[in-house]
Design a protein around this ligand. Structure first.
Ligand code: UDP
Ligand code: MG
Length: 314
């Protein structure tokens, strides 16, 4: 019997791109038509699209038995959409890719080749980051350096979600059900035998990227707070150093007053100390709050996603 490959594609407002995607996968020159030694299942997750995405997916599902879909009840975000895919995919392995064809399907045969060689997580690394501002590039570089230094495993730069996962990895990912998800870190966290391949990421062909700077910032904070407690450690250390300094200063003030007496003065130094300490306290509270917020969200124990409709039976 042929091995089964699931292709997981989260879709959010992708009506313009879907025909091209379908063509690239299932058209006469498509990957699924030309790799006869595998069975394919294309699992499209409609992540609460506001446009015609779901209807288009349904028409494809009618003409093509390989097309499976899960339509979430609202927009849960790509990370949660991917979890629903992990739950419902039935393949022996899974390829995750974007709907906008920024991840070339032509790479899939190469990924499968490495999978056959025994690699369990074949991930595609971008050769360059494409059109991006200098600031964004620098920020992301610093960010990954920081994450790297404060966690025990490799969260890689320039590696997105485009990858092939063995069944073992999918099963492992299914067990990770936190609500605030940073899937990129999870791929690193679960371990397994990894293989890197390089690819050139094109620009989005249709539609526009749904990620604004704010989303990226949020995802960034997610990444830090879900994979390292280093900021908490940092605020402890800073707090400790500052209390040491404050203590020495206190001794000095006391001694000075005892020896020379103290005609009230020193408004500037007092203001500086108050403002500085106030700032540090607020920062530390904020950091604690970030983690507390995560605990709050997890403690509610809600499901990560809700399915509106689907043609997958489980
Ligand atoms: N996506 C999603 N839910 C969202 C935002 C995006 O499922 O809330 C999907 C989107 O349809 C696409 C993939 O995630 O298939 C990557 O999104 P996008 O191309 O907007 O991100 P970028 O390539 O800029 O990182
Ligand atoms: Mg994209």
């Amino acid at each position: 019997m042929n091995k089964k490959v699931s292709i997981l594609i989260p879709c959010f407002n992708e009506e313009e791109g879907l025909p091209m995607l379908y063509d690239a996968l299932c058209g006469t020159k498509g990957i699924c038509e030309n790799l006869k030694e595998y069975d394919f299942e294309i699992l499209l997750i409609n992540d609460g699209s506001k446009d015609n995405t779901l209807n288009i997916i349904k028409t494809y599902a009618e003409i093509d038995k390989r097309i499976k879909y899960i339509s979430l009840s609202r927009n849960f975000g790509k990370e949660c959409a991917m979890l629903s895919g992990f739950d419902y995919a039935s393949g022996d392995c899974m390829v995750i890719m974007d709907a906008d064809l920024q991840h070339p399907p032509t790479l899939i045969p190469e990924m499968l080749k490495y999978w056959e060689q025994g690699y369990e997580d074949v991930y595609a690394k971008r050769k360059s980051r494409g059109k991006e501002s200098w600031l964004r590039k620098r920020l992301s570089l610093t960010y990954y350096n920081l994450l790297q230094k404060t966690s025990r495993f490799d969260i890689l730069e320039n590696v997105g979600d485009f990858r092939l996962l063995d069944r073992k990895c999918i099963d492992a990912l299914q067990t990770m059900r936190e609500k605030e998800r940073y899937t990129k870190g999870m791929f690193a966290w679960i371990g397994f035998k990894k293989k890197e391949i390089l690819f050139e990421q094109g620009d989005r062909l249709t539609g526009k990227s749904a990620w604004r700077f704010r989303d990226l910032l949020n995802l960034g904070i997610e990444g830090v707070t879900s994979f390292t407690t280093a900021p908490l450690r940092f605020s402890t250390i800073v707090g400790f150093i500052i209390s040491m300094i404050a203590f020495s200063y206190m001794c000095w003030v006391l001694l000075k007053a005892l020896i020379w007496g103290d005609p009230v003065a020193g408004y500037p130094s007092m203001m500086i100390v108050i403002l500085f300490l106030g700032g540090i306290q607020l920062l530390s509270l904020g950091i604690i709050g970030e983690y507390l917020g995560r605990i709050f969200n997890e403690a509610k124990g809600r499901p990560v996603y809700i399915i509106g409709e689907t043609n997958v039976d489980k």
